[in-house]
Design a protein around this ligand. Sequence first.
Ligand SMILES: Cc1ncc(COP(=O)(O)O)c(C=O)c1O
Length: 359
Amino acid sequence: MPDTAPTAAVRSNATVAPAALAEALARQPRVPLAHLPTPLEPCPRLSAALGGPDILVKRDDCTGLAFGGNKVRQHEFLFAAALAAGADTVVLGAGTQSNWCRQASAAAAKLGLKVALVLVHGVKGPMIQGNLLLDRVLDADVTVIPGTDLEVLPAHLAARAEALRAEGRKPYVFGWADVTTQAIGALGYVNAVLELYAQLQAMGRAADHIYLAGFDVTPTGVLYGVRALGLGARVVAINPLRTSVARPVEMARIAGGIGERLGLPLGLTPADVTSTDDFIGPGYGILTPAAREAILMAGRTEGLILDPVYTSKAMAGLIDHVRKGIVRKGETVVFIHTGGTPALFAYADDLALGLRDDG
Ligand SMILES: Cc1ncc(COP(=O)(O)O)c(C=O)c1O
C-alpha cells in the first residue's frame, strides 16, 4: 500500500483492542532510549488558577535522554530503522534551537553513530545556547544555513548525505516532511497513548480532551492511538509553524503510513483532525504574550517549566479554550508536555525577567 491518504478499505472508526495494538507495535523494530512510562501528574493549583477543568500533565519532558522531550519516543523507532539499514551516520535538520536534532544527537551518541545536522538559522541563529550548545556537547557535525524557511531542508539534507557518501560513510536521512520518517516516528506516540490509557485506567479516569503542541508527527500518533482504542477524547494540536501544506492534510497522509506499518484497517481523513494555527503569533519560534503568560502561570502554580516555542503556545491555547468555555469545569484534560525546555535558556531576553522587574 502506498504512503497516501486512506483508501476505501481503511476506515476512520475501526477500533482495536489495547492488547492487539500493543502486539502490532511490538512487531516494529525499536531501540530503547526513553525513560518510560513518563508520569501523569495532576495539576490542582493550575486547574484552580484557571477555574476550569481538571488538568493532568503527561510529562514527556521527562523521557530522560539529554533533557528528554517527545522526540525520544520517535527516535526509538527511527534509530532502529537506521541501524537496520546499516547506517553509521544519521542526517537530519530543523532550526538552530531544534529539540528534535538535540535528541537525535544524544541518541546517536548513545548508539555509537555519528550525526550530521543541517540547521536553518531562524530567529535565534548560531547562538551557542540551549539546544545548539547541547548539539556541540554531543559532538554533532553542524551546518547552519541562512534564512528562516524550514521547507528548504529536503534539498540540503540530500546534498549533505551525498557528501557523506562520497567520504565513504553510510548516511541515513531522517527526512523533513518525509512520510516514511514521519510514520515511523509517529509509532512512538501511538505507543504513548497505550501508556496513557493504562495510567488513566489505573486512576479510574478518562480524558475528555487531549491538548498538545503538535506540528504533525506527534499529534498524528496521538490521534491514531485515541481512535484505534476508541477512547473518544477530543485531540487538539496547537501548531507552532505555518507551512505550505495544511496540517490536517499532512496528518492524514502520516496516518496512512502508520496503518500500513501496523497492518491496521484504520486511517484518518483531514476532517478527523483538529489542528489550530491560532497561537503561532508572528511566527515560528517567536514568543507571544500569551505564551509568556503560560510559562509564568505553569511555573508559578505547579513548578512546571514550559518551553518558549511549543509547549507554551500549546498551554496558551488550552488557557484560551478554558476562558472561552470550549473546555469546561468538571471535564478532564490531558496536556502532553512535549519537552523543549533547553530552548528556554536561549530566550532569556524574550522572557524579560530581570532581578528587579520580574513580573
Ligand atoms: C517540544 C516540542 N513539542 C512539540 C513538537 C512537535 O512535534 P511533531 O513535529 O512531532 O509534531 C516538537 C517538534 O519539534 C517539539 O520539539
